[in-house]
Design a protein around this ligand. Structure first.
Ligand code: NAD
Length: 375
């Protein structure tokens, strides 16, 4: 086999997602025949100690506190942004201007206009982009999409989606970047995942009616100062799809006891699907084709028939984990960089999700249904 070209990574941020991306790169390199040899080149963080510690533990050759110098380094091919949301735009635009491919965590930017600017800049510069909507990389979510597209459920009538966790349930928890009045809140943070999944399964949302609620009105910031919280802790939206189906979504980051309820239910005239991310190696399928008296939801367990599960494990039921979704995300992205496929979820798709989030906020503010731009 010919020697593969290197793809030199510059990572910004070494927190939850920074580490998850490195695990994703590492597992992807073992599980898939990637078109590139991944080189962990430089890692950037605000503190030198954090950057150095991450470089040593995660295997980067260099550590820096200067992300600007890193993104213009000619030795870097791909800039990977896992910093807080408000920094995504500036970092991505700088990387795009330097001709780098850009992998950026969701939400792509606090505002849809910024996300659009980023998508347009990437298209104009001809670089390949990816946004971290990792739940779409689950082989069983893809199976659900395929079953819906193939008509196994008949005509889809209704959709229910939710993304609920409890990481903001404690009122004594600090004011973080996720509470930033420009683009923060539960719907931007996790409702974005729910919206991406809803459209991946049922196609475009054309109209929606939102309702957003702030439950915990103040939080202390890092300096101990009390800060007002203006963003939503809970958001809901009624949805109308271009297909004619209707549905609803809830985003809730104060859902006590919930750790990862990225769930959906899809109902059709001939069947139904139920899925929970807390048991994401299972998909539940009900079919009206089953004999009367034998009907019920059957549990489909993930296995090698559900590609690319078999790249990680030959045995069904042994289960994939969160970081393996990141590895699948990385593999699809690298194939797109190599020109083997279209961007799986590039900046244009990230802009679309941000547009939907803004529609939910606008509808909640105005107390009225809104038409989603672009449809
Ligand atoms: P985090 O706080 O754990 O990590 C953020 C990192 O960015 C920290 O290491 C911080 O020091 C660093 N950072 C901040 N400012 C910086 C700067 N100027 N230069 C360099 N580094 C800087 O946060 P997180 O939970 O990893 O979230 C980061 C991003 O990932 C957010 O956009 C978030 O929405 C997204 N996220 C996505 C998922 C997912 O499932 N796809 C899950 C969690 C978070």
């Amino acid at each position: 086999m010919a020697e593969r070209p290197p793809l030199r990574i510059g990572l910004i941020g070494t927190g939850f997602m920074g580490r998850a991306h490195v695990f994703g790169f590492a597992a992807a390199a073992k599980a898939f025949a990637l078109p590139y040899r991944i080189e962990l080149h430089t890692v950037a963080d605000v503190s030198e100690a954090a950057a150095r510690a991450a470089a040593a533990q995660l295997g980067f050759r260099h550590a820096t506190t200067d992300w600007r110098a890193m993104v213009s380094d000619p030795e870097i091919d791909l800039v990977d942004i896992t910093a807080p949301n408000a920094l995504h735009r500036e970092m991505a635009l700088a990387a795009i201007a330097a001709g780098k491919h850009v992998y950026c965590e969701k939400p792509l930017a606090p505002l849809a206009a910024e996300a659009r600017e980023m998508a347009e800049a990437a298209a104009a510069r001809g670089v390949v982009t990816q946004v971290g909507f990792n739940y779409l990389c689950n082989p069983l979510v893809n199976l659900a999409r395929q079953m819906i597209a193939d008509g196994e459920l008949g005509t889809i009538t209704t959709y229910r989606g939710v993304h609920a966790e409890d990481y903001m349930a404690d009122p004594a928890g600090p004011f973080t970047f996720r509470h930033d009045p420009a683009g923060g809140g539960a719907f931007a943070d996790i409702g974005s995942h729910a919206l991406a999944t809803a459209e991946a399964l049922l196609g475009p949302i054309t109209r929606l009616m939102g309702d957003c609620v702030t439950v915990i009105g103040t939080r202390k910031d890092a300096s101990g100062a009390e800060r007002p919280v203006k963003v939503d802790d809970v958001g809901r939206a009624f949805l109308r799809f271009a297909s004619g189906a209707s549905g609803s979504i809830e985003a809730n980051w104060i859902a006590t006891g919930r750790k990862m309820q990225h769930d959906f239910e899809v109902y059709g005239t001939r069947g139904a699907l139920c899925f929970s991310q807390e048991r994401f190696n299972e998909l539940h399928f009900y079919s009206t084709a089953d004999a009367a008296g034998r009907r019920g939801f059957r549990r489909i367990e993930a296995g090698p028939e559900h590609a690319p599960y078999g790249a990680f494990c030959p045995a069904p039921g042994h289960q994939l984990g969160f970081n393996e979704l990141k590895a699948i995300e990385v593999a699809g992205y690298l194939d797109a960089i190599a020109g083997k496929c279209a961007e799986p979820f590039g900046f244009a798709a990230g802009h679309r999700v941000q547009t939907l989030v803004e529609c939910v906020h606008a509808s909640a503010r105005d107390g009225a249904w809104v038409d989603v731009p672009g449809h």
